[in-house]
Design a protein around this ligand. Structure first.
Ligand SMILES: NC(=O)c1ccc[n+]([C@@H]2O[C@H](COP(=O)([O-])OP(=O)(O)OC[C@H]3O[C@@H](n4cnc5c(N)ncnc54)[C@H](OP(=O)(O)O)[C@@H]3O)[C@@H](O)[C@H]2O)c1
Length: 286
């Protein structure tokens, strides 16, 4: 079975490629820069930009399923899926997000160009058998947000110690994506995929401390101070503003929702945040 994977060189895409190749599928991986950046030898690499899908049309011949990655697709999700359907594709798994129905100004990722809402909507409207993967916050966000501070010292300065997420291990997300691409088991469903626990920022830092075996202290800072720092190191201001708005808006919620969708699909509980940290401890070690 031939499967086209967009976003194949990224955090989620690489894991999806690994799952599919491991299951014996023929993976056609789309990447913008020339070359084959670290993809397994058995994967067919196609140079292209999913947000300009027309030149990719010949590479959709023989493709049975498409992994639609919401960071790569820009305004072209519907066009890519129409081309895939014309050439005989049957299935699409769309990367989306648990917060996709929130007001757009509380979805910071939109300011990075991510199109989770459009990715899901295009999949639903495509006429293909679709699955929307509404992912909660990735466990790897912790490495991106706090890795540098923890490698450099024992204090994590960040906003809202009590803010809750249900961190999702991207390996679990990729397993579900692979199931949705290879079978009809998850046809026409919006899956709400979370980790097994709701954890506050401070609790996540406690888990990291425990796993890496070093005391860490969470020091809450004001949103305006973190914003200044993040903009100072080059993050786009609208993204930072939306991130702080989201934190501020949801800071008071008691527990972040944990759903049972992932366990129902995979027949086992989701991986814990502690397991993710243990397997990525290098992100926090000096
Ligand atoms: N982080 C979270 O908590 C979370 C939760 C739910 C949903 N999501 C969604 O998941 C997606 C992120 O997944 P990820 O971590 O796998 O992404 P990623 O690794 O940053 O990017 C995936 C691939 O997309 C291409 N890409 C990166 N930036 C691009 C851009 N500006 N325009 C076009 N292509 C670009 C790159 O491929 P090439 O260079 O090879 O072309 C990259 O390897 C986002 O859409 C996000 O909204 C994230």
């Amino acid at each position: 079975m031939k499967i086209l994977v967009t976003g194949a060189t990224g955090g989620v895409g690489r894991l999806v490629v690994e799952q599919l190749a491991g299951a014996g599928a023929h993976v056609r991986a789309v990447t913008r820069p020339p070359g084959r950046p670290g993809l397994p030898a058995e994967v067919e690499v196609v140079e292209g930009d999913p947000s300009r899908p027309e030149p990719l049309a010949p590479h959709l011949d023989g493709v049975e399923a498409v992994f639609l990655h919401s960071r790569t697709i820009g305004a072209a999700a519907d066009r890519l899926l129409a081309l895939a359907a014309q050439r005989g594709a049957r299935r699409v798994a769309a990367l989306s997000a648990l917060n996709v129905d929130d007001p757009l100004h509380l979805q910071p990722s939109r300011w990075r160009g991510d199109r989770n809402k459009e990715s899901e909507e295009a999949a639903v409207a495509s006429g293909l058998t679709w699955t929307s993967l509404r992912a909660s916050a990735f466990a790897s966000n912790a490495g991106q947000a706090w890795g540098a501070q923890i490698r450099a010292g024992d204090v994590v300065r960040y906003v809202y110690a009590a803010f809750q997420e249900s961190p999702l291990d991207e390996r679990d997300l990729a397993e579900v994506a692979s199931r949705a691409l290879l079978t009809d088991d998850l046809a026409d469903r919006r899956l709400e995929l979370t980790g097994p626990q709701s954890l506050s920022h401070a609790e996540m830092v406690d888990v990291i401390a425990e796993v890496i075996g070093r005391p860490l202290r969470f020091e809450e800072v004001r949103p305006e101070d973190l914003s200044r720092h993040l903009i100072g190191i080059g993050m786009p201001e609208p993204f930072v503003r939306a991130l702080m708005d989201r934190y501020t808006h949801y800071a008071g919620q008691e527990r972040h929702p944990v759903t049972g969708d992932l366990e129902k699909v995979l027949g086992r509980p989701p991986r814990t945040f502690a397991a993710w940290v243990a397997d990525h401890a290098a992100a926090f070690r000096a």
